[in-house]
Every structure is written in C-alpha cells, then in structure tokens.
Write a protein that binds this ligand. Structure first.
Ligand code: S3P
Length: 179
C-alpha cells in the first residue's frame, strides 16, 4: 500500500444529498470495518444543544454553514481515523470540498430526486424541504449541487436500488481495491 496515499486518505467521508443514506451507511460501514463513525449534523446538534431545524430557524442557514466549516477544519487536523458522514449541503462550499479531500477518501452516495422524495416525504427535520413543492426543491437543489458532489468524490456509488447494508458491502469491496 502506498504510504503517502494512506496517510492522506486516513478517514472515510460520506457525502450526498439528504436521504441518500449517509448516516445509515456510515453505521453499517463502521461495523464492517471496525472504525468509529461520526456524523457532522449530530456533532453540531450535540455541541449547540439544538436540533438542526432549530439552528436554521433561530440563527439562520449561514450560521449553520459556518458551524459545518469550523467542524471540518477541526476534524481535518485530527490524527485518528474515522468514518464521517456530513450534511447534504457541506460540499457546496469550496473550502469544505478542500477540507473533505484533505480529511480522507470521499465517497459520494448518489441518489435520484424521486428516491429522496419517496424516502423523505413527511419528514419535518430537513428545513430546506419544508416548502409547498418538495420534489421540485429536491430536483433544483440536487442539480445545483451535482458538480460540487462529483468534483470532490474519489468514489461514486449509485444507491437508489441498494439497502444500507448492500451499500456498505459494496464500499468495503471498493475500498479494498483502492488500497
Ligand atoms: C442539509 C442536509 C441535512 C442538514 C441540513 C441541511 C442540506 O443533512 O445538514 O438540514 O443542505 O442538504 P442530511 O443530508 O444528513 O439530511
């Protein structure tokens, strides 16, 4: 195994749109690889003592985006290995994309808008999808983020037809090949 590559690619980062399954795939992967998993949304909620929707409501989206970037800056300096799932909007900022790539191997869980809509219909925890036309919002937002996701990914996995368990199994194989 190439040592430099291993050092730079220490962590495993899961990116993708809301509802792609980043959190559940992260948990399955953690179990299979025996590497601890963290989730940036959950870390932010724990540190602030507020739900993400409450942060959006009381402090605004920009404040939340700052929290995400600050957390990634911190994580990029850590010496130990983690699987990290990040919020769907994290790769939109260029600085975040650089930080993600610096942190490790970036895996993009790619999902179709219709799948997201079916999975998140009725969900109240995603402030960006609470309008009158959630499917239209998903389509527009996903289109606007497509390039950001793809440009920072080392690996792209299409997840629409896969369970979290199947995604994790495929990823274990892909990561093994990458070594
Ligand atoms: C967001 C995705 C959410 C959360 C916040 C904003 C986004 O995370 O960070 O609601 O901009 O796509 P999940 O992708 O885990 O749902």
């Amino acid at each position: 195994m190439n040592k430099n590559k291993t050092d730079r690619k220490q962590n495993i980062l899961l990116i993708g749109f809301m509802g792609a399954g980043k959190t559940s795939v992260g948990l399955k992967l953690s179990w299979k690889l025996r590497i601890p998993v963290e989730d940036t949304d959950k870390l932010i909620e724990k540190r602030t003592g507020k739900a993400i929707s409450e942060i959006f409501r009381t402090e605004g989206e920009e404040a939340f985006r700052e929290m995400e970037t600050n957390l990634l800056r911190e994580i990029s300096k850590r010496p130990y290995r983690r699987i990290l799932s990040v919020g769907g909007g994290t790769p939109v900022r260029e600085e975040n994309r650089k930080l993600l790539r610096r942190c490790g191997t970036v895996i993009y869980l790619r999902v179709r808008p219709e799948t997201v809509y079916a999975r998140l219909k009725g969900d109240k925890s995603r402030p960006l999808l609470q309008g009158d036309d959630p499917l239209g919002t998903i389509q527009r937002l996903m289109e606007s983020r497509k390039e950001a996701y793809e440009s920072c990914a080392d690996v792209i996995l299409d997840v629409d037809e896969l369970s979290a368990e199947e995604c994790a199994t495929r990823l274990v194989g892909i990561l093994e090949e990458e070594k």
